[in-house]
Write a protein that binds this ligand. Sequence first.
Ligand SMILES: [Zn+2]
Length: 463
Amino acid sequence: MTKLTFHGATGTVTGSRFQLEIDDKNVLIDCGMFQGPRENRRRNWDPFAVSPASFDHVFLTHAHIDHCGYLPRFVKNGFNGKIISSEATADLCKVVLLDSAHIQEEDARWANKKGFSKHDPAEPLYDRQDAEKTIPMFEPLFYGDIYPLSENTNVRFHDSGHILGASLIEFNQRRNDSSTKILFSGDLGRPEIPVLNDPDQVYNVDYLILESTYGNRSHSDVDAREDLERVINESRQRGGVLVIPAFSVGRTQTLLYLIRELEEDGKIPVLPVYVDSPMAIEALKIFDDHIRDFDLYARMQVMQGKDIFRTGNLHIYRSKEESISINDVKSNAIIISASGMVTGGRILHHLARTLPDSKNTVLLIGYQAEGTRGRTLQEKKETVTIHGAKVPINAKVEMIDGFSGHADYFEMLAWLMAFNKTPKKVFIVHGNPEASAAMAEHIKKQYGWDVVIPQLGDSYTLD
Ligand SMILES: [Zn+2]
């Protein structure tokens, strides 16, 4: 009997954790952290519903924190099996998990200083040593490789086109003459994201676990490249600086790639671009090491000798001193820094400095969750609180929708169109309740398939 249990990403976009009991194996697909509002984050402190020591494997879809960020805690609490991922995901996780441990340690230090933790002294969810213990447990695979989980079941990773290394994970179980295919979408990418491939097609799936971040939305038809060109040129005309909050891994590289292309095409002037992030150098190195995962067009440019993520006047800053030196930059420059939703990180300093001046521009390029400073900016409120002070939002706030790494409902339906056979069941996860409900309706209406939206802790038998 095969059993699937949902330990996260139900009714929310974070905390992806799915347990699959298959043959005599007990595995977890994704080991994500809960993020966003406090009640969500508090769930990271709950004991895992099943003992981590009872799992043989963790299979990871990709290196975003809401899919991999709980791993060091899982290891700390007894998991001692193998972590299987694509090789780009394994490399990215090394950087991402160490950075996450650093953030956990900083948060605990801050809580102790301010005395607002229930625990005395406040403990980090995990620390650097926990992350360092986790990293050697990875066993990377190439896309398409067969991983024999048991005598009857093979596992295979396919490119999901969401971020570098992101995977669809397929479990294929043979019994007598028949076989059952279970597919986890992770986060499903989109057509035409620069550098990444379109999502791979998988056929004849029996059970699908499908994300629904944009299940109730359709991306606008506007070209992100054209929008970026307009925003950069208008910012230049106003004479101020352009500040772009962006994740260091993935989003920042997409931006650099597009800015370089616009420069080469003569659509924008070559401006100094400052990437201010302790992770950006490592992230770029990982991209350079994984050219084989780029789409054909990007690889052709590499063949032509182009350094595809290096703009004409690029400064990548890692140290605190370098970061502070950007304070002297007052006009005609682009500053890219994390976090993407302005929840923390060095972007706070840059925004506190630049927001009060109407010459400057802030460009939001990703999803801005409820309750984040990014959302406050998006809603064009009068002020935003940074480091305890109310900062007036006088800078121009721009938004570009076309950078999303998630398929919208229409793109997901197009991907499902090729499944060939009707799945026995589709489980909708990783969405706000409205988005998941809308995605379920779209699938029922378009294809008439059996769709369920599981709740936290629900288990299903897959026959
Ligand atoms: Zn993701």
